[in-house]
Design a protein around this ligand. Structure first.
Ligand code: ADP
Ligand code: MG
Length: 633
């Protein structure tokens, strides 16, 4: 930050990302300029909520003014618009941090991804949230006057900026606590300097705000409207979630979501219910349309807001949702919790546990309903949040079956990387005599799709799920069966195809095992400590060899993931399976001089085919070249 200090006024530079955001916002959101008011009102409302909550412990913060409200006024001559609240306000340090930087983690990475193409970037901005800086869509100068509740009397702060690279800050007197934001409108924005226009915008975007949004009443006198001194509340000013469902319009649900979810886009779906019984609470929970940019940052904020009897208690009450549903936004309003509930208390509270259970069930039911009745929406949901939901298969034992039914996978049935196949679909396509659900895990979709382990399944027309997300290993680690059908890896243990193989095939395999006994022993001797065992395969039709892991050993893919994550994986050697039909393997029976080189290459290519890394790549290249020369002779 640059710092040029005069007597009491300082000029500071915005964080680089703020400058970028400002540029992007002004240019790309222009066609939707009215949202600036929604954002400023949303912040004013949050500030009132925070004051009410802090005042629970310190009533003096009200300073004899406990009627919280948001006031909107304008001055036609000065061409300014002012949004004022008597909420919590900000101290000097808070102003600098909140209105000069973006404190979200991952911000730098997010801005690094911007393409410079305005249309594409404008789309991304919704993922980021727009917030305070949207004021610059309509204003070429913004002035914020604020005083924190409880701050020593009259000591306020003025922040000012033209939305370029800098802002100024100075200490000033401010009698009333709270924040007053004055927008000096850009050319061409004068239509905002009209009472009816502002009312229209407020009704459209901010009707659901709990605090009254107050404007001066207007009267018609001699064919002209005149602003009177009388106050008038413009919005409905009641807690939306406490209203009856049939009295709330779709638009109101959507606008409320944008406020609680700090999102620019409308939600994908929601569920609203009052729960009565041992616990009494109201839940209004939303599934966003798009994942926020910091979805994988477990410290990201803006989850569920907790209210107790309509008093805001806290943002992001993470105890109200399991981790794997951390993308859900909304409100829980409890009738039973004490008002002085703290995060520490929440952690141990049995009541909260009951509420979390209830919310989890509601969300899972909402998702099941989408999956059942709106395939397009569900596919959208899955594309954004599927990977997170998969964490639930391992995290939430009580809901394992429900979660399993919601999972979607890529599969040999579709052969595209899109995850569209449910376990139910899979089961409905199972072959006569098939008892198990087969899957393969690999690091990429292509590695899974082309895995040699699939050869026999392709030949027999048996579907195999193609799992190539890291989290998939965790899914199959805990999800061992679905609807009574065992989930098995095609690369683990001795492949038992059960009734999918006929007697003749089984006999043929035994015969081959005898015929190749000497060869498998010789290979084992040559590879010695690299493999646990060498045996004849019945998985392969085209490839000469593949690696499999023993029933209870950890698979190759998981071992590689753990290693890449810097974790210690239990080491276990793979089993090398060779294909007796393959000419290379048959030829190996008569090889003597280069036997060790051949088997080393056989092992290495099996490792490569499943996406593994060679221990000695240069050695592999050398051997292959040697063998190529031999062939030419
Ligand atoms: P968000 O609301 O998602 O946190 P914003 O850009 O809208 O992001 O606001 C940034 C921050 O500035 C808020 O989190 C809040 O701390 C502060 N802020 C903005 N407006 C007000 C206000 N009217 N009163 C108090 N604090 C405010
Ligand atoms: Mg905001």
């Amino acid at each position: 930050m640059t710092d040029t200090t005069t007597a009491s006024r300082e000029t500071l530079g915005f964080q680089t990302e703020v400058k970028q955001l400002l540029q992007l916002m002004i240019h790309s959101l222009y066609s939707n300029r009215e949202i600036f008011l929604r954002e400023l009102v949303s912040n004013a409302s949050d500030a009132c909520d925070k004051l009410r909550f802090e005042a629970l412990h310190n009533n003096a913060l009200y300073e004899d003014d406990s009627d919280l409200a948001i006031r909107i006024s304008f001055d036609k001559d000065a061409r300014t618009l002012t949004i004022a609240d008597n909420g919590i306000g900000m101290s000097r340090d808070e102003v600098i941090a909140n209105l000069g930087t973006i404190a979200k983690s991952g911000t730098r990475e997010f801005f690094g991804k911007l393409s410079g193409d305005q249309q594409k970037d404008a789309h991304l901005i919704g993922q980021f949230g727009v917030g305070f800086y949207s004021a610059f869509i309509v204003a070429d100068k913004v002035s914020v006057l604020t005083r924190r509740a409880g701050e020593k009397s009259d000591q306020g702060v003025r922040w000012e900026s033209d939305g370029g690279g800098e802002f100024s800050i100075e200490m000033v007197d401010k009698a009333a606590r709270g924040t007053e934001i004055t927008l000096h409108l850009r050319e061409g924005q004068d239509d905002l300097l009209a009472s009816y226009k502002l009312r229209e915008i407020i009704k459209k975007y901010s009707n659901h705000i709990v605090q009254p949004i107050v404007m001066k009443k207007e009267e018609w006198k001699e064919g002209k409207s005149e602003v009177t001194n009388e106050d008038e509340t413009v919005n409905q000013a009641s807690a939306l979630w406490t209203r009856a469902k049939n009295e709330i319009s779709e638009e109101e649900y959507q606008e409320f979501y944008k406020h609680v979810g700090h999102d620019y886009d409308a939600p994908l779906a929601w569920t609203h219910a009052r729960v009565e019984g041992r616990q009494e609470y109201t839940q209004l929970l939303y599934v966003p349309q798009r994942a926020p940019f910091d979805l994988y940052d477990r410290s990201s904020r803006h989850g569920i807001k907790l209210y107790v009897r309509r008093v805001f208690i806290m943002d992001d009450a993470e105890q109200l949702m399991p981790q794997y549903l951390r993308f859900i936004r909304g409100v829980v309003d409890s009738a039973d919790l004490p008002l002085n509930v703290s995060r520490e208390i929440l952690q141990e509270s049995k009541d909260i546990e009951a509420i979390r259970k209830g919310c989890t069930s509601k969300v899972l039911a909402l998702l099941a309903d989408l999956a059942e009745n709106d395939a397009e929406k569900y596919a959208k949901f899955w594309g954004e949040f599927g990977r997170v939901l998969k964490e639930g298969a391992g995290e939430d034992f009580a809901n394992k079956d429900k979660i399993a039914a919601l999972l979607r996978f890529a599969s040999t049935h579709a052969d595209t990387p899109d995850e569209t196949v449910s376990l139910k679909d899979y089961i409905s396509r199972m072959k006569d005599g098939q008892e198990k659900i087969y899957y393969v895990t690999a690091e990429t979709f292509n590695a899974a799709k082309n895995s040699p382990h699939l050869e026999v399944f392709r030949k027999k027309g048996i579907e195999v799920l193609l799992l190539s997300e890291r989290v998939d290993e965790w899914v199959v680690g805990s999800l061992t069966e679905f609807d009574g059908k065992e989930l098995v890896s095609v690369a683990k243990g001795g492949l038992d195809l059960g009734k999918l193989e006929d007697e003749a095939e089984k006999q043929e395999q035994e015969k081959q095992a005898d015929a190749f006994k000497e060869l498998t022993d010789r290979i084992k001797g040559s590879l010695s400590d690299k493999v646990k065992e060498v045996r004849i395969t019945h998985r392969l039709t085209d490839s000469p060899a593949c690696l499999v892991s023993d029933e209870h050993d950890i698979g190759g893919n998981l071992a590689r993931i753990l290693k890449a994550a810097g974790q210690k994986a239990p080491t276990s050697q793979p089993i090398l399976e060779i294909n007796p039909q393959h000419p290379v393997v048959q030829r190996l029976k008569d090889e003597s001089a280069h036997f060790d080189d051949w088997t080393a290459v056989l092992f290495d290519q099996a490792l490569l085919a499943e996406g593994g890394q060679l221990d000695d790549p240069a050695g592999f290249v050398k051997r292959v070249n040697q063998l190529m020369l031999e062939m030419g002779k």
